[in-house]
Each structure stands twice: as structure tokens, then as C-alpha cells.
Design a protein around this ligand. Structure first.
Ligand SMILES: Cc1cc2nc3c(=O)[nH]c(=O)nc-3n(C[C@H](O)[C@H](O)[C@H](O)COP(=O)(O)OP(=O)(O)OC[C@H]3O[C@@H](n4cnc5c(N)ncnc54)[C@H](O)[C@@H]3O)c2cc1C
Length: 392
């Protein structure tokens, strides 16, 4: 039996980029919401993942009057693609007619979105255990949870926003036959390393016969590295010594300093989409509905894009009595989701197959090299690529 009964127009499950963007946009629109987050505030503010907000994401915050969450974040710059040690550059800002994104470490954005929401009087509850949605297929859904003191709360609401990531409770609470899922394993592994190493001058992709590698800025003093590895590799296969040796080899940079490694993880190179992103009164957003490989840097951007569409749709239905945008929510988001999935897959295949030693002399290697070369020999092709980077 719940010991505390409450109500709100919307319950948002999860305080990641999707949930926090949605909560801030709803508050700006005058729609009441409660955010329930399983973890502590310090935990979510320390979780370092994405690092690039595309132009479309930037516009969402600017247009909502939330530009302050991006204050001081530098703009996107030229992209370097180093092929067998030879540098080639794409001037992404120029190719996208100035539609630049920002270098935004995810944990900094999350921290600022939390602060902005709370300073504006928002209701955000950390350490919410056993969060469970109920009666999602009726007109009166509820969400229950246990707070840090052990009290069980029940919140009656009009809608539940499932923003609790790929392993959250929201999607899991819908019977499997109500949703169609699409999943794709890219058949490669990636090791990701966060280290206190000065960021590269430009975001850097390295294509070599030793495997793919990349280095991206994560704030003024840190870099995130990616290293292609075997799909069944574990962290035990990657000592620090091996990591630095492979990075120097693949990036073609013998002088790369070996700074302290602050995080090391194997990344699943898997893509996933659920259709529809709605079940009754439950609306799924962000990684709860889809995951995209880190290649192309679109995961956080999709989460923020979903939140924007959802906030507008909830406002229309709850304030104006117009249910059409909410009915169209899933289809509207999925169009962009599939577009970004295609971009991420195309890029993943291109950068790996253009270097893959096992494909040397094969037709597939020829195709991958042609795709890569086209970016540097055809301005329309380079512009199309920059347009996808900018997002929309
Ligand atoms: C190593 C790595 C690098 C990445 N790099 C990039 C990049 O460069 N660019 C990019 O755009 N994307 C990148 N991504 C993807 C990006 O981080 C995600 O797409 C993004 O975090 C999705 O945001 P979200 O809010 O949907 O989900 P999440 O960030 O996963 O947030 C979900 C929240 O819900 C909470 N939660 C979960 N279960 C419950 C529950 N039962 N009850 C209550 N709360 C719950 C979680 O604690 C979490 O705070 C990367 C991801 C990884 C792992």
C-alpha cells in the first residue's frame, strides 16, 4: 500500500539527457511534471558519455530560452580523417553553411539541466527505487516508487514519459507483442577510453590496417579515445600499455602522451529501434526507444530531439486539447531515428572497411575507399555529410 498519494500531469522516468530536456521544456510550457531518477544526483552528474551536441540540438535549447545551459561550450570544428597516417580535413562549419554544433560533455549538460530545472522550482527526485508504471493502457495511469526513507509513493498522472535508457523499466513494462523491435549487431567491438590527455586540435578519425581509432575532445584537459577491437574482447585483453601502443600506432602519433586513464569500457556496437515509441499513455524517448552506435555521435542528440517533439505534443494535448501531435509523436521521431541510424551505419562500415586488413584486395575494400574519397573530391557529397552532422 502506498504511504503517499500524489498527482502530476506528467511523470518523467529517468534524469538523463532525454528526461531532463523534457522536464525543462515542460516547465517552460507550464506543464506540471515530476522526474523520478533511480540514481543519486552526484552519480548522474559524473556519468561521462557523449560529447557533441549537433546544430539541431543546439537550436532546441536556444529556441526554448535555455541557451544558458550551453554557455562557454566551444563550437564544432574541422574534422580530421587520417588515412594510413595521412591527414585529410573536412571544414564542417563551412560545408554546413555555419550550422555548427557544440562540444558539450554529456555530464556537464546533465548537471546544468538539473540545476536549471531545480532553480526554476522543478520537482526532481533522486534515489527513487522500484519505479513502476501501472495502467498504461487506461486513462488513469500511475507510477509508484520507494523513496530513500522507504516510503512508497503513488503518483497519478495523465501521461508517463519513459526516458530511462536502454535498460530501464518503461519499455520493459510493455508486453513484447505490442512493440516491434529492430536490432542490428555490427560484428565489431570498440574499446573506449577516457583519459587526462590534452584534446586533439580537431576531432580525429584514424583509418589504418591496424584497426580504426578516434580521439575526441572531452573538455579542456581530457580526450575520449575509441579503438576497434575483436567483438569478444574483454577489458582484460587491454592493458594500459597495449592501449597507448595501439593508439600511437593507429593515430600515427608517436608523441601521444599517456595520461591517467579515468574510464575504460567495451562499447556495444549494436543498433536498436522500437516501433511504435508509444504504448497507451506511455511515451518512450531517447535510449529507451532506440540506441545508435557512438559512430556519428547521434545518441544524445536523438534523445534531446525526442524530448523536444514530446514536450510540444504534451503541451498541445494538455493545454490546447489538440491530440494530433501526440498521435504523430512516434512517427515524427522515428523518421529522424532511422535517418540517423542509416548515417551511423554508413559511417561505421566506411571507416572500418576502408582500413580492415582482412578486406585488403577485396571488392568491399574498394567500395569503402570510394565512399571515403568521395567526401574529399565531391563538394555535394561533403555537404551532404556535413548536413547529417548538423542534424535536423
Ligand atoms: C561510451 C559512450 C559514448 C557515447 N558517445 C556519444 C556521442 O559522442 N554522442 C552522442 O550523441 N551520444 C553518445 N552516446 C550515447 C548517449 O550517451 C546516449 O544516447 C544518451 O545518454 C541517451 O540519453 P537518455 O536520456 O535517453 O538515456 P540515459 O542517458 O541512459 O539516461 C537514462 C536515465 O534513466 C535512469 N534510469 C534507468 N532506469 C531507471 C529506473 N528504473 N527508474 C528511474 N530511473 C531510471 C538512469 O539512471 C539514467 O539517469 C554515447 C554512449 C556511450 C555509452
Amino acid at each position: 500500500m502506498p504511504s503517499v498519494r500524489e498527482s502530476s500531469e506528467v511523470v518523467v522516468i529517468g534524469a538523463g539527457p532525454a528526461g531532463l530536456t523534457l522536464a525543462n521544456l515542460l516547465r517552460r510550457a507550464g506543464v506540471q511534471c515530476v522526474v523520478l531518477e533511480r540514481q543519486s544526483r552526484s552519480y548522474v552528474q559524473r556519468r561521462q558519455r557523449a560529447g557533441v551536441l549537433d546544430h539541431a540540438g543546439t537550436r532546441i535549447f536556444e529556441e526554448a530560452g535555455l541557451a544558458e545551459v550551453l554557455a562557454g561550450m566551444p563550437g564544432d570544428s574541422t574534422l580530421e580523417i587520417r588515412v594510413d597516417g595521412r591527414p585529410r580535413f573536412l571544414d564542417v562549419p563551412a560545408l554546413s553553411d555555419g550550422r555548427t554544433g557544440r562540444i558539450v560533455p554529456q555530464q556537464v549538460l546533465v548537471g546544468r539541466l538539473i540545476a536549471t530545472f531545480l532553480e526554476g522550482g522543478g520537482d526532481l527526485r533522486f534515489d527513487a527505487a522500484e519505479v513502476t508504471p501501472h495502467d498504461l493502457d487506461g486513462d488513469e495511469p500511475r507510477v509508484t516508487y520507494r523513496d530513500a526513507d522507504g516510503a512508497v509513493h503513488e503518483i497519478a498522472c495523465a501521461y508517463v514519459a519513459g526516458c530511462d535508457g536502454h535498460h530501464g523499466v518503461s519499455r520493459a513494462s510493455v508486453s513484447a507483442d505490442a512493440l516491434t523491435t529492430y536490432s542490428y549487431d555490427h560484428g565489431i567491438g570498440w574499446l573506449t577510453v577516457l583519459a587526462d590527455v590534452p584534446p586533439p586540435r580537431n576531432p580525429l578519425f584514424a583509418i589504418t590496417s591496424h584497426g580504426f581509432a578516434a580521439q575526441f575532445p572531452r573538455g579542456p584537459k581530457a580526450s575520449r579515445f575509441y579503438l576497434e577491437c575483436a567483438p569478444d574482447d574483454t577489458l582484460d585483453d587491454w592493458s594500459d600499455e597495449r592501449i597507448w601502443a595501439q593508439l600511437r600506432l593507429r593515430l600515427g602519433d608517436e608523441d601521444l602522451p599517456a595520461g591517467p586513464i579515468t574510464e575504460k569500457a567495451i562499447v556495444e556496437m549494436r543498433s536498436f529501434v522500437v516501433d511504435p515509441m508509444r504504448y497507451g499513455r506511455l511515451l518512450l524517448a531517447g535510449d529507451a526507444a532506440h540506441i545508435v552506435t557512438p559512430m556519428g555521435g547521434k545518441g544524445m542528440n536523438l534523445a534531446i530531439g525526442d524530448a523536444d517533439v514530446l514536450a510540444r505534443a504534451l503541451r498541445a494535448t494538455l493545454r490546447d486539447g489538440d491530440g494530433e501531435p501526440l498521435d504523430a509523436y512516434s512517427a515524427t521521431c522515428l523518421e529522424r531515428v532511422w535517418n540517423y541510424q542509416e548515417y551511423s551505419c554508413w559511417m561505421t562500415e566506411m571507416v572500418h572497411e576502408a582500413g580492415d586488413a582482412t578486406l585488403a584486395g577485396t571488392f568491399r575494400r574498394g567500395l569503402a575507399r570510394a565512399r571515403l574519397d568521395r567526401l574529399f573530391t565531391s563538394e555535394p557529397a561533403a555537404r551532404a555529410f556535413a548536413d547529417l552532422m548538423a542534424g535536423g
